[in-house]
Design a protein around this ligand. Structure first.
Ligand code: SAM
Length: 354
């Protein structure tokens, strides 16, 4: 197994058989070796710095009906909200004081946020915080819209591809949603000049080792600046409410593999990982992650952005708890830094095999 891990690290590639082996093995020593190598790669490129992004959940209105999502259009029980420009700027102000230098504005696909409404918001944040990165994660929009948002000052865009297998995509989404269109959006975003993040849920219904292999091959070919992966967690009231959650172990192994495939990728230890395991984020960092995304949204709305059951929203993942989060992260030997956290160049110097 160690030979396979060395092979992945050396060639920055993985075979289906190697992936199947790594995901199914109960050889603890080999898995520890995988995590240690990935953690060492992250440290080689980024030192012991962990970047933080302040997550501002702009809106939980969504026109889509993704079968897994707790804020899908058909969820009757959700109390819907939209932040005003003033609320968004307040979040940024608080975040800036706490040391955040990247703001991630995420939301459902809410038609109310037309370019006419969104561009002035991005411009206002850009104007007020010229030294910060602005990340958007607002789903699929037209190329023209992405261009306008980029011109307004946004730098990065997160759009998980969800699965690189079109047939799998069709089982996770209603017929009106198109895998081809989502992939086209990713290409458009990159073309425009955004630093782009893709990603997927680990353990989503119907996922197989083959679909995961396709995800990894897509990520290798696309070379995103960021990759967001976290366990699928069922959400009450959705068609997948009774499905099992994705595994913490599998997520950690995949984080390590992704770090070995793209050593300088920006890789978050996600809230979903922290939701399923009390030390999820720390374990993620020890497996090669180098980003955390605490919640900066107004407190009164956090419970309404409920993508899945029991989503963390009042503890250490909250931006106000930066000190507690930093204390936790220091147990891994790394520390939170006040930094935009752009992607580093990979000098290409290999971490030696252990
Ligand atoms: N609307 C934007 C989009 O589609 O990219 C951004 C918001 S969307 C809610 C953000 C991400 O949440 C999705 O890409 C999906 O992977 C994740 N997500 C949704 N439901 C989830 C669940 N039940 N468990 C884990 N992650 C989930």
């Amino acid at each position: 197994m160690k030979t396979a891990i060395d092979h992945i690290a050396l060639h920055r590639d993985i075979t289906l058989a190697e992936l199947a082996g790594l995901l199914s093995t109960d050889d603890r020593e080999a898995i520890q070796y995988l995590h240690d190598r990935a953690h060492a790669e992250a440290q080689r490129v980024y030192g012991n710095k962990i970047f933080m992004r302040g997550l501002i959940e702009l809106t939980n209105h969504c026109k889509n009906d993704c079968l897994y999502c707790g804020i899908r259009r058909s969820q009757q029980s959700v109390s819907r909200y939209r932040l005003t420009q003033e609320q968004i700027l307040d979040c940024c102000q608080q975040g800036y004081a706490l040391g955040f230098r990247t703001f991630v504005m995420q939301g459902g696909e809410d038609a109310w946020f037309t370019d006419e409404r969104l561009v002035p918001i991005v411009e206002a944040v850009r104007h007020a915080y010229p030294d910060c990165a602005i990340t958007l994660s607002l789903g699929e929009r037209s190329r023209e819209s992405y261009q306008r948002l980029y011109d307004a000052g946004a730098n990065r865009y997160l759009l998980r591809h969800e699965t690189a297998d079109a047939a799998h995509y069709a089982r996770l989404h209603p017929a009106e949603m198109s895998w081809e269109h989502r992939m086209q959006c990713l290409r458009d975003l990159k073309d425009i000049g955004f630093q782009v993040g893709c990603g997927f849920m680990v353990g989503s219904p119907f996922q197989t080792v083959e679909t995961l292999y396709r995800d990894l091959q897509f990520i290798r070919a696309f070379q995103p600046a960021m990759v967001g992966i976290g366990p699928f967690i069922p959400a009450t009231g959705t068609p997948f409410a009774d499905r099992p959650a994705g595994g913490v172990e599998t997520t950690l192994r995949l984080l390590s593999v992704i770090r070995l495939l793209i050593p300088n990728v920006l890789l978050p230890a996600t809230t979903a990982l922290g939701t399923l395991h009390p030390r999820g984020r720390e374990l993620g960092i020890l497996a090669g992650a180098n980003v955390v995304m605490p919640n900066l949204s107004p407190r009164e709305h956090r419970k309404d952005y409920s993508l899945y059951d029991n989503k963390l929203c009042t503890g250490d993942e909250a931006a106000e708890c930066r000190v507690c989060l930093d204390r936790r992260i220091r147990t891994t030997g790394s520390q939170l830094v006040v930094d935009r956290g752009d992607q580093a160049k990979d000098t290409g110097v290999e971490t030696p095999a252990y």
